[in-house]
Design a protein around this ligand. Structure first.
Ligand code: ATP
Ligand code: MG
Length: 350
C-alpha cells in the first residue's frame, strides 16, 4: 500500500493506493481542513502545529497508523521547490552535481541555508550536439528540514518527497497519453497558489507557481463587495465567478464599469506563461488545459478560461483511470490530483 499525502496550505488530502497485477487500485481517500473551521482563513497563521494536528486527525479518521506506513510519498509546493529542465554541456557526474547546485541557487528563493538538489539526466539534447537535457529539482535545506520535522512529528518515517508539479504530471500521465504533437497544460488551482505545468512529448517540461488561488478569489470578492471573508467564501462556493456580478446595483457609478478582477489576473498570468513557453520552445500548439485543485471547482471558471484562452478546458478527475474508483464517494475529485500523483509516484518501479 502506498500513501500519497498532499499537505496543502488549506486542506490535507490523502490517497491510499495499492499496486495490483492489473494496474493501480485506489483503496481510500481523505481530506481535512488545516485552519480552524468557521473562521476567516489566513495563510499567515498556518504553521507546523496546525499541519501536524490536521494530518494526525486525518490519519485517525482513515484508520491509518502513521508509524505503520511503509510507503509514504509527500510533496513540496511550487512556492518552495523549483523544477526545471535545463540544457547543459555534457560533463561527468560529479561536475554535473556542482554545476546543478550552482544552477539551483538561481531558481529558489534562498533563505540563508544551502540548496538541496536532485537531478536526472534525460539524455542528449535533440537540437544541439554535445549538450544534454537534465531535470533539476531543488529547494533549500531549511524547507526540506521543516518538511521532514513535520512528518516525524506526526509519527511517520519520512519516505519519498516529490514536487507538486511532478505529482500532477504523474497523476495525468497515469492512463492518459501526453500528446505526440503539441503540449498539454495542467493547472492545479490551490488556495494560496496554483501550479502550472506545460509539457509535450517532444517539448520541454515547464512549470511555474502562479501566486493566485481560491483564497485570493475570496479576498478579492470581499474587497470588491465590501463584505466579510466568511460571507464572500459562502458566496463563491455557491455562485462561483458570477458572485462578482451580483454587487449592489443601486449606484450609478456601477453601471458598465467592468472592473478587473482576480480571475482576469489569473488568466493574464496563464496567457503570459504560455506565450513565454511558445517563445522559448517554439511550441505554440496547446492541446488542452486540465484543471485540478480545489479552486478549479469554482463555478464558471472552467468555461471562463476556455473562452478567454480559446483552449479546450477540462476538469481533471485523477481517479477515473484507477481501478476501484466507482466505489469512491468523493465530491471534489479534482482536489486530489496532487495526492493521487504522489501515491502513483510511490508505485513507480515497484
Ligand atoms: N466548490 C468550490 N467552489 C469554489 N472554491 C472551492 C470549492 N471547493 C474548494 N474550493 C477552494 O479550493 C481551495 C482549496 O483547494 P486545495 O485543497 O487544492 O488547496 P491547498 O492544496 O490546501 O492549497 P495550496 O495548494 O495553495 O497549498 C480553497 O481556496 C477553497 O475555497
Ligand atoms: Mg495544493
Amino acid at each position: 500500500m502506498i500513501l500519497g499525502l498532499d499537505i496543502g496550505r488549506q486542506f490535507v488530502k490523502a490517497v491510499l493506493l495499492e499496486k495490483t497485477r492489473g494496474g493501480t487500485k485506489v483503496l481510500n481517500t481523505g481530506i481535512r481542513l488545516v485552519p480552524e473551521q468557521h473562521k476567516a482563513y489566513d495563510p499567515e497563521l498556518i504553521g507546523k502545529p496546525l499541519w501536524v494536528m490536521a494530518v494526525r486527525e486525518l490519519m485517525r479518521e482513515m484508520k491509518i497508523n502513521p508509524k505503520r506506513v511503509r510507503n509514504l510519498v509527500t510533496g513540496l509546493n511550487g512556492t518552495n521547490v523549483s523544477v526545471k529542465q535545463i540544457t547543459t554541456i555534457d560533463m561527468p557526474e560529479d561536475e554535473l552535481f556542482s554545476s546543478m547546485t550552482f544552477e539551483a541557487r538561481k531558481h529558489i528563493p534562498m533563505d540563508g541555508s544551502d540548496a538541496v538538489i536532485d537531478f536526472q539526466v534525460f539524455g542528449p539534447n535533440p537540437k544541439e550536439v554535445d549538450k544534454i537535457d537534465v531535470g533539476l529539482v531543488a529547494c533549500t535545506k531549511k524547507v526540506s528540514n521543516a518538511h521532514m520535522d513535520l512528518l516525524k512529528e506526526v509519527g511517520f518515517k519520512p519516505g519519498i518527497v516529490d514536487a507538486d508539479s511532478i505529482a500532477i504530471t504523474n497523476a495525468f500521465g497515469n492512463g492518459n497519453e501526453f500528446p505526440e504533437e503539441g503540449a498539454i497544460v495542467l493547472l492545479d488551482i490551490g488556495s494560496v497558489s496554483s501550479s502550472l505545468v506545460v509539457w509535450g512529448r517532444k517539448d520541454q517540461f515547464f512549470t511555474r507557481d502562479i501566486p493566485t488561488g481560491g483564497y485570493h478569489f475570496i479576498t478579492d470578492l470581499s474587497e470588491k463587495r465590501d463584505i466579510d471573508y466568511i460571507t464572500a467564501e459562502d458566496e463563491i462556493m455557491r455562485n462561483g465567478i458570477s458572485s462578482f456580478q451580483n454587487g449592489a446595483r443601486n449606484d450609478l457609478s456601477d453601471i458598465a464599469v467592468a472592473e478587473r478582477n482576480v480571475f482576469d489576473n489569473l488568466i493574464e498570468d496563464l496567457r503570459r506563461s504560455l506565450r513565454y513557453y511558445a517563445k522559448t520552445t517554439n511550441q505554440s500548439f496547446f492541446t488542452k488545459i486540465m484543471l485540478s485543485g480545489g479552486g478549479s471547482s469554482t463555478q464558471g471558471l472552467q468555461e471562463m478560461i476556455e473562452n478567454k484562452l480559446s483552449l479546450n478546458t477540462v476538469l481533471f478527475d485523477p481517479f477515473q483511470t484507477l481501478a476501484g474508483y466507482e466505489k469512491l464517494e468523493v465530491s471534489n475529485p479534482n482536489q486530489y490530483a496532487v495526492a493521487t500523483g504522489l501515491a502513483i509516484r510511490g508505485g513507480l518501479g515497484k
